[in-house]
Design a protein around this ligand. Structure first.
Ligand code: PMP
Length: 438
């Protein structure tokens, strides 16, 4: 399949070679680099994109899940085009901030918020706010969880098996050089779906833990659902120990459903981080909490700023996205298509006898090449990466990008996808699956 890939995409190979001279790994984000070279995009509309060689793909990468709107959603484009002619950045307040803040506070359990551009900023500022609110420095994060690129987040993201120690008290491992030891020392690692490992942290560090940060559905390990009682248990532990619960909803916020994870699971966190699909195709993020916690910014106790915050183009895209994309009807559409895809996949997996299973969460789904249902990072380490790669290249070579490259990701279904896209997707999977089973 790699040979076929290279035959179909010579212009991407050439472009990558050029990029390599100036950009480390030839890409602008490490997640975009893979062997033999990444596909370079020419343009993208609706549910599809084309590469430099003119090959067309049904796109379920969708910018690592940031495009539930699909490419160039007409309502988003209209709002952006209108706004583009009246100033693209002010660095001063304007009248869309209140409107979008109202939209967000209407569906998420927060009273006040601030805007940013990326998920990294949203989780970074939220962690700082929680530290200030509690007067404590440490946080609990889950092994394998991804929350962006700041020092507190780049701990135990993809640690090696030989580094991580006991499941009940995982060792904190910096995610590369340059993350200071002092930052790592303030991050306590627990195991997802394991309340005992969380309780252990509170016991050994009484009155030192400011917050637990997690993705309510862990999506940096394919898709890992919280088991019944897990999120409720975290809520109780936080209340008992005077810590705050942060839902990193950068992925789940727009894609689990209309009200994100708190509506989906019925568990209310203290703070929420949003990004990716709320921008409909432009960089937009937000983080929010109660008036009391956000009041630390009003009281000049916690500092927050950002040149690009609430730039009017992103805000116009965000408003159009909340009003015309992230609607109950559209959630019904993506869920219907996602179910159709999962049902079709399950049929083929069973027919050909693949050692794999399907997982689904709102607009996200994934084919997991794992021997058993993944309930934490350590289970995910058992995913058959080489079989997954064979699957990914075989699909891509036939015009379907089933998810971003990397077996820790998942597919996103957009409002632009159609029954016909899903039928083609399933036909291609049916064609390539037998070769995966041998
Ligand atoms: N949190 C989660 C759950 C994410 O998936 C991501 C991005 N993959 C981030 C934070 C960081 O977002 P960004 O890349 O916009 O900084």
């Amino acid at each position: 399949e790699i040979e076929l890939f290279e035959k179909r995409t010579p212009k991407s190979a050439e472009a990558h070679k050029r990029n390599l001279k100036r950009l480390p790994l030839g890409v602008a984000s490490n997640y975009r680099a893979y062997d033999p070279y990444p596909i370079f995009v020419k343009d993208a509309f609706g549910s599809k994109f084309r590469d430099l060689d003119g090959n067309e793909y049904i796109d379920h990468n969708l910018t690592f899940g940031a495009l539930m709107a699909g490419h160039c959603h007409p309502a988003v484009m209209k709002a952006v085009e209108k706004r583009l002619t009246t100033g693209t950045m002010f660095g001063m307040p304007h009248d869309m901030e209140w409107e979008l803040a109202e939209e967000i506070c209407a569906r998420f359990p927060i009273e006040m918020l601030r805007f940013a551009s990326t998920g990294t900023e949203a989780t970074m500022h939220t962690v700082r706010l929680c530290r200030a609110a509690t007067g404590r420095d440490k946080i609990i994060k889950f092994e394998g969880g991804y929350h962006g690129l700041h020092d507190a987040a780049l701990v135990s993201v993809k640690p090696k098996l030989e580094q991580i120690g006991d499941l009940k008290a995982p060792i904190a491992v910096p995610g590369g050089q340059g993350v200071p030891k002092t930052a790592v020392a303030n991050v306590l690692i627990a195991s997802f779906n394991d309340l005992e490992s969380v309780e252990h942290r509170f016991k050994t560090h009484p009155n030192e833990i400011s917050a637990i940060i997690l993705e309510p559905v862990m999506m940096n390990v394919g898709i890992c659902m919280p088991e019944p009682g897990f999120l409720e248990g975290l809520r109780e532990l936080c209340d008992k120990h005077g810590a705050l619960l942060i839902f990193d909803e950068v992925k789940t916020g727009a894609k689990l459903g209309w009200g994100g994870a708190s509506e989906y699971f019925g568990v209310i966190p203290d703070a929420i981080c949003l990004a990716k699909s709320i921008g409909g195709g432009l960089p937009l993020a937000a983080f929010g909490a109660s008036k009391k916690v956000m009041g630390l910014i009003s009281d000049h106790k916690v500092f927050h700023g950002g040149t690009y915050n609430t730039n009017p183009v992103s805000m116009a895209a965000g408003l159009a996205t909340f009003r015309e994309v992230l609607t109950r009807e559209n959630y019904a559409h993506v869920e219907k298509l996602s179910h159709k895809l999962v049902t079709g996949y399950r049929r083929v997996v069973e027919e050909v006898g693949l050692d794999a299973y399907l997982e689904i969460a709102g607009a996200n789904g994934v084919l997991m090449f794992a021997p058993k249902r993944v309930r934490n990072y350590r289970d995910w380490l058992e995913v058959d990466a080489s079989l997954w790669q064979q699957y990914w290249f075989a699909m891509v070579n036939r015009g379907v990008m089933p998810q971003p490259y990397w077996w820790d990701e998942q597919w996103t279904m957009s409002v632009a996808h159609t029954d016909a896209d899903t039928e083609k997707h399933l036909a291609v999977f049916g064609e390539i699956a037998p070769a995966l089973a041998v």
